[in-house]
Ligand binder design. Structure first.
Ligand code: CUK
Ligand code: CUA
Length: 680
């Protein structure tokens, strides 16, 4: 007892010293009065530390992550995927506060996304498989920031949809989804990556299928008739839009092309894709066949795809493509014979392929093998030049000799998945089975004397079962180091029970020092973050706080032809059944606030928020009509609906915008049609 007390007091004293020390350093850096800060905090902090039984590490972690009220202390933003919530979640680091959820594939009434606004609905429609089959959600896995010279440029964010073979573009001026594109010939996209100057946003299929989609072929003819693809979606960096007419794809064998990474710096012009199920298993558990998981794990080796996309681009330009499902497609045969597509053996069912920041090495981890296999780009080039192939696969794709291209085989631990990098020559690999992050040294001269290259340095336990991890800038040509996020799949008993569906567990890890340290934990109950990109907050300083002019359409990023200013409000009956309304909103009224229509009318409502003040967003919820708009300062939004039933339907502003917000209302008065007939 005595001893424990002593130890505790000792800890508390050390902690107080750290608190004071850190504050003095921090305050002097910021030019505050060091003495005041230290004096004010000392004894109180001591009490808190004792009461909460905090150890020095915890106190330090708290100090390092605590955001001062009203200050922009977050140095980084993490753009996390929301998984099958179909969203992107933005979290500030190191505070781990959720700053925003961006609606992408799924409805979000708060943002007025797919709850009536015509702009959002038209964007979503472009992504449907079939125009008569709406898709109300998506499975968003890998948000990727656009690149200039392989580095994040903070302009756009793109992300594929595993559930529907789509991709979405988010503009980081107003942080809204601008475009959703259905990738031709694919039913499912998983891997996605920008080429180093965002020339293309590249997506790879997960499930191979007969092409174009909508084609039926028996699954018994899987090897002959099913195909994967990798699609190079041409991106117009000025317009911020994918141009499908300039895009093209490469037909691939029916393996699962899981994840992809673009070469950078020395390996610019190349693309790497890991694949699983080279067994071409199809499942069939009730038909006497092995389950997918068994069938797809038979082979000792699967393939990393090595794709010379610059060469492919030349062939596309030379017209060596076929039009398949509305896109130019380089057929598998051509890709295999013309030096576009090669394979490298990789151990069993890999998940993830990652290129080092210098572009020299490609890391792939087989989740059933405790190693990360590192391939050398230089060795790949040499083997290609010398035609050092071990054979062709059954589709005629040359397979490079494993020993000729492998650089290293680094033992990291059980269930390695994804690898990211820091600014000091280290790699970090997630270990799903070990529930740990492995830090290992890359090749080349080491900064630390005596440290061996290609060696495990530390394993840090995380809770529990990590999927992806993300280091700041860790998949780009310019890693920032400092922080790493561990995106854990299970949280089990880590947080208080909130029902059987548990939150995912994110852990913030300090990677600035010699040893990794956990700083903070964020249970996140709004989706399943698979992956993220972490970039300096300063990259996004130019984010808009209002739209540049009143009457702005965020979809076209231009003045909306139906956008108006105060004084131009009007209701126009265009014909017997169509009413067009030009409406404005400003604190705290709608103009007009009475709308007289008749049963059976079709209403087209253009609403302009004429506010110029920052944060003066207004809503418009119309009772009974499944409509809620969210209109930011300067924005114009359109909603169209049929008035099917007579009655009185109020509308109101859903955003608590002013002292008279409760009064910010209107009435839609719907006269019955039969009563009216004969009156006029
Ligand atoms: S995946 Cu989810 S943990 Cu879609 Cu990148 Cu690996
Ligand atoms: Cu506008 Cu409340």
């Amino acid at each position: 007892m005595e001893k424990r007390r002593l130890v505790q007091t000792g800890f508390a004293l050390i902690a107080v010293a750290i608190v004071i020390g850190a504050f003095i350093i921090r305050s002097s850096r910021r030019g505050d009065e060091p003495s005041t800060a230290a004096l004010a905090l000392g004894p109180q902090a001591d009490g808190v530390i004792k009461e909460r039984q905090l150890n020095p590490e915890e106190v330090e972690a708290a100090l390092r992550t605590y955001p001062r009220p009203g200050k922009y202390d977050d140095e980084f933003f993490a753009f996390l995927s929301g998984g099958h919530a179909g969203t992107v979640v933005v979290v500030g680091l190191p505070s781990m506060r959720i700053l925003k959820q961006i609606a992408v594939y799924s409805q979000d009434a708060w943002q007025g996304w797919l709850t009536g606004s015509k702009e959002s609905e038209e964007i979503a429609k472009e992504g449907y498989f079939y125009k008569d089959m709406p898709l109300d959600w998506g499975d968003l896995h890998h948000p990727k920031l656009s690149l200039t010279n392989g580095e994040y440029d903070g302009k756009y964010l793109a992300c594929a949809d595993k559930a529907a073979g789509r991709l979405a573009i988010i503009d980081l001026r107003d942080w809204k989804t601008k475009q959703i594109v259905k990738t031709p010939n694919t039913v499912s996209d998983h891997g996605n990556y920008w080429t180093p100057n965002s020339e293309y946003f590249v997506t790879s299929t997960f499930f191979p299928a007969p092409q174009p989609y909508g084609t039926f072929e028996p699954i018994e003819q899987y090897a002959e008739k099913y195909r994967g693809t990798i699609t190079f979606h041409a991106f117009d960096t000025n317009a911020g839009r994918i141009r499908l007419e300039d895009s093209w794809q490469i037909e691939l064998p029916p393996y699962f092309q899981d994840l992809i990474s673009a070469g950078k710096k020395v390996s610019t012009g190349w693309m790497f894709t890991n694949s699983l199920n080279t067994e071409m298993a199809t499942g069939g558990t009730l038909e006497g066949k092995p389950a997918m998981e068994t069938g797809a794990s038979k082979n000792e080796m699967d393939f990393v795809h090595v794709i010379n996309w610059k060469k492919a681009e030349e062939l596309v330009k030379a017209g060596k493509t076929e039009n398949v499902g509305g896109i130019r497609q380089l057929k598998l045969k051509t890709a295999a014979s013309e030096g576009v597509l090669f394979f490298i053996p990789v151990s069993k069912s890999p998940h993830g392929v990652d290129v080092t920041p210098d572009g020299k090495y490609i890391c792939a981890a087989g989740k059933l093998d405790p190693h990360v296999t590192v391939y050398s780009f230089e060795k790949i080039q040499k083997a290609l030049a010398e035609k050092n192939f071990e054979s062709n696969d059954r589709f005629g794709v040359p397979i490079l000799k494993y020993d000729a291209v492998r650089e290293e085989y680094v033992e990291v631990g059980l269930g390695p998945l994804h690898t990211e990098f820091d600014d000091k020559g280290y790699a970090y690999t997630s270990l799903f089975l070990d529930s740990a992050v492995a830090k290992w040294s890359l090749g080349g001269p080491r900064q630390k004397p005596g440290e061996e290259p290609w060696k495990l340095q530390q394993k840090l336990s995380v809770h529990y079962n990590i999927g992806h991890l993300t280091a700041a800038g860790g998949d780009s040509a310019k890693p920032y180091g400092k922080y790493l996020l561990s995106l854990n799949k299970w949280s089990v008993d880590r947080h208080p029970a909130v029902g059987p569906l548990h939150p995912q567990n994110l852990q913030l890890i300090d990677i600035s020092g010699d040893k990794m340290k956990i700083l903070y934990e964020l249970p996140i109950g709004i989706g399943e973050p698979h992956a993220s990109n972490i970039a300096p907050a300063s990259l996004f300083k130019g984010a808009w706080t209002t739209y540049p002019e009143v009457g702005f359409d965020p979809r076209t990023m231009k003045k909306d032809p139906y956008g108006i200013n105060i004084g131009q409000e009007r209701v126009v009956r265009e014909d017997e059944h169509t009413v067009r309304v030009f409406m404005t909103q400003v604190r705290s009224q709608f103009r007009p606030d009475i709308l007289r229509v008749r049963q059976g009318d079709h209403v087209i409502l253009h609403v302009t928020n004429v506010e110029r003040a920052r944060d003066a967003t207004h809503g418009l919820a119309l009772h009974g009509h499944n409509v809620n708009l969210s209109i930011d300062p300067g924005q114009t939004t359109t909603v169209e609906f049929d008035v099917k039933h007579p009655g009185v339907y109020p509308w109101y502003c859903t955003e608590f915008c002013s002292a008279l917000h409760m009064e910010m209302t209107g009435w839609m008065l719907v006269e019955p049609r039969d009563e009216r007939s004969g009156r006029k």
